[in-house]
Design a protein around this ligand. Structure first.
Ligand code: ADP
Ligand code: ZN
Ligand code: ZN
Length: 735
């Protein structure tokens, strides 16, 4: 028995941390939260110390020593490590991989926990082009003159803006440095924010929400607050007032947002308001700035941290407030690897750290509303739109009998024309990119099918190619039918590309801006496109889901939903919740300024109860109805789900594994857990692999998790597990 062991979470698919002997050379005391380099098998990996001084069940000769200690002090504090532990337990995922997911790439790989210093250059007071030391150095003299012109006597310049001077600037700078004519200034990675913008006077509902969350000068304790308000009702103002209170109390704020697309406007707004260090953490950043932002959060230097879901793992020594914006958004749930929900972990963390958390949305998730009904969450509503803007008018447009032009009805087109003639902006929404979702042969019925998926290929006209939106497979579009050789297979149905073409024919002199993943693929392209959308140069906006989120488009007075039927017919149990959220979110783009907006929803199902409830009673009424349906069907939030997924190259292997898993489950006492399946996945073959799933459901979350904890190690050991890749999805959002 060895009792001075170190337990290390290593990024390998083992459920538990591994034991090591302390390092041979001890430079500083080893503590939990430090990174170490260890050997696992033949590999050297970076792990995280989770405990020291532990007693190992293994004999000394079976233990290896830690090879190197990478940090002089813990990189992760207690709160962050507890969150990692919780996530590993709750999602039944290897702790080492959770710990790795919690770190930014550069640190996960063992990089030094130090921000890259940004070096700037400044002239010293004695530097003038006439200085004696420059008499025989014309290039250096020219550089000093240049630096003077650029204002480097007052504000330091970064190396980037100095490269404009020309080649060899680095050498010249070092020579000037040696002569004491320039100096180096190191500064923080956090860009200084101007701040100073004055907040508006809050309206009564905003004030009530703010006072409920943060009532006094002292920092409040844990509570979850749902802030329910349509887009434009002033939620962001509420967040900012709360941030101001947190700042006044010397506390950090963590603000989680669903997607990077949302951040530019929000960040700009925060910077205009607050002249404090702000770190942005999202996957659109390069590795180094991301690490630097993370380190600034961890050191307490950053007062405000804005990030996407993984930012929930950031250590924040002075945390005082968490805000989750658009909390209903599905992108808070990671769909691969550690399938965690950023919002749910944020709530757990808020409770653990005793700070208030605000969940903001125009369309709160049903599980959030159910928590509120049970009294776990406080609910605040912003019903009036800030600045007096009126809520848009929703209208259902029955398109069953009329003629459609690329999916657009005559009524919708004339409504668009009317707005354009009044110089107003119009937004059309279609959640399908490409030209057409199917390409078929009119003679023999052949349809372009993805060879690797149970799905049709989407036709893209601009590139004249077929693309599978599920696996990325791509081929040139065939000029003739591959089956019967008839020429010109026909595109059926419409995507944004086709609608754009039809609109261009209808409105030849109008600027049309299409916003989807095809037009915004390059890094930075989305920012530029959104700026275009705001600029007013494009009266006609057309886009997918991307357009529905949080973007302020105050000149839009008409929103057209080209096809509401997709969501009405989907088999997914959350489809109706999603559709209701989507329609309300899209509608939220319209009529933000003084002009009232209108939303036209095209459908073949004008009598659909969901649409009627939404029209008559808004999202609240729709959510109430959907909750009753969920209760009747014993689905979340009235029960808890866990989905076992398996995939394999052979059709039978995935199902064989799940059948074996089912046997294991059936062999255990499990009165309160239903096991449903296994069944093939809704799209059985994807990217050349066959997929199947087994659903576990229980009204008792504790019982479900206890069962999972008992079962999973047995599943690891099943012989069928070697022929299929499997994973567990706790609280799945897609079934
Ligand atoms: P949301 O986050 O709910 O979409 P915002 O906070 O962005 O709403 O507010 C929408 C618009 O109304 C913004 O331009 C904001 O500056 C403005 N606004 C918000 N609250 C007020 C207020 N109390 N008085 C005046 N304008 C406000
Ligand atoms: Zn054919
Ligand atoms: Zn495919």
């Amino acid at each position: 028995m060895v009792d001075d062991c170190v337990r290390v979470a290593v990024p390998v698919p083992l459920r538990e941390a591994l034991d090591y002997l302390p390092p041979v050379v001890v430079e500083w005391p080893l503590q939990p939260g430090m990174r170490v380099r260890v050997r696992v098998g033949r590999r050297r990996l970076i792990g995280l110390v989770v405990a020291t001084g532990v007693r190992s069940a293994l004999p000394r000769n079976r233990l290896r020593p830690i090879e190197a200690v990478l940090d002089a002090e813990p990189l992760l504090d207690d709160a962050t490590r507890e969150l990692i532990r919780f996530a590993a337990d709750y999602y039944h995922y290897p702790i080492g991989e959770v710990a790795a997911a919690a770190l930014p790439e550069r640190l996960r790989n063992g990089g030094e926990a130090q921000a890259a210093a940004i070096v700037r250059w400044r002239l010293t007071p004695q530097a003038t082009p006439e200085h004696a030391a420059l008499a025989r150095a014309p290039r250096q003299r020219a550089l000093v003159s240049y630096l003077l012109e650029q204002g480097a006597d007052a504000a330091p310049l970064d190396t980037q803006s100095l490269t404009a001077f020309g080649a060899g600037v680095g050498v010249l700078l070092r020579e000037l440095l040696a002569k004491g004519l320039v100096e180096r200034v190191r500064e923080s990675a956090l860009a200084p924010a101007p701040g100073g913008e004055l907040p508006p006077a809050l309206h009564a509902e905003q004030r009530a929400a703010v006072d409920a969350v943060w009532p006094s000068a002292a920092a409040p304790g844990y509570a979850t607050h749902v802030l329910e308000g349509v887009t434009g009702s002033g939620k962001t103002e509420v967040y900012m007032t709360l941030i101001a209170r947190a700042l006044a109390a010397g506390r950090q704020t963590l603000l989680l947002v669903p997607e990077i697309g949302l951040t530019p406007q929000l960040l700009a707004r925060l910077r205009r308001r607050f002249a404090v260090p702000l770190a942005a953490l999202h996957s659109g950043l390069a590795d180094a700035p991301r690490r630097d932002g993370w380190l600034a959060a961890r050191s307490g230097e950053a007062d405000i941290v804005v990030g996407t879901r993984s930012a929930v793992f950031t250590p924040l020594p002075r945390l005082g407030l968490i805000v989750v914006d658009e909390e209903h958004d599905a992108s808070f749930k990671q769909q691969e690897g550690l399938r965690y929900h950023g919002r749910d972990l944020a709530v757990w963390r808020a409770r653990r750290q005793g700070v208030p958390i605000v969940l903001g949305s125009a369309t709160p998730a049903l599980e959030t509303l159910q928590h509120a009904r049970r009294g776990h969450y406080a609910r605040h509503r912003l019903a009036t739109r800030a600045g007096g803007a009126r809520a848009p008018l929703l209208r259902i447009l029955d398109i069953r009998h009329g003629k459609l032009e690329a999916g657009l009805s005559a009524q919708l087109l004339s409504a668009v024309r009317e707005r354009l003639e009044r110089n107003e902006q119009v937004l059309l929404f279609l959640n399908r990119r490409g030209f057409a979702p199917v390409l078929i042969c009119h003679e023999c019925g052949w349809a372009a099918q993805c060879p690797r998926c149970d799905a049709h290929m989407t036709y893209h006209a601009a590139s004249n190619r077929l693309r599978c939106h599920h696996c990325g497979h791509e081929t040139p579009a065939p000029p003739a039918c591959p089956e019967c050789a008839a020429p010109d297979p026909r595109p059926i149905g419409q995507g944004t590309e086709r609608v754009e073409q039809a609109l261009a024919a209808q409105f030849p002199d109008v600027g049309i801006l299409r916003i989807d993943r095809d037009t915004t693929r390059r890094r930075g392209a989305l920012d530029a496109t959104l700026e275009d959308a705001h600029s007013g140069r494009f009266p006609l906006l057309l886009g997918t889901q991307m357009l529905t989120k949080g973007h302020h488009l105050p000149n839009v007075t008409l929103v057209g939903v080209i096809d509401a039927d997709q969501g009405l017919f989907s088999a997914d149990y959350r489809a109706h919740e999603r559709l209701a959220q989507l329609l309300v979110q899209v509608a939220g783009r319209a009529g933000r300024a003084q002009r009232p907006g209108e939303v036209i929803i095209q459908t073949h199902q004008p009598e659909h109860p969901l649409l009627h409830t939404l029209l008559a009673g808004g999202y609240r009424a729709a959510a109430d109805t959907l909750l009753s349906e969920r209760e009747a069907a014993a689905m979340p939030p009235f029960t808890w789900l866990a989905l076992l997924r398996a995939e394999a190259a052979q059709q039978t292997a995935a199902l064989a594994f799940l059948n074996a898993a089912r046997k294991v489950l059936d062999g255990l006492r499990r009165d309160v857990v239903d096991v449903l399946g296994p069944v093939p996945a809704p799209m059985e073959r994807r990217a050349g692999r066959y997929r199947a799933q087994l659903l576990l459901r229980s009204g008792d979350r504790g019982a479900l998790h206890a069962l999972l904890a008992r079962t999973l190690p047995e599943l690891d050991a099943l012989p069928e597990a070697r022929r299929a890749r499997w994973s567990l999805d706790v609280d799945p959002v897609d079934l």
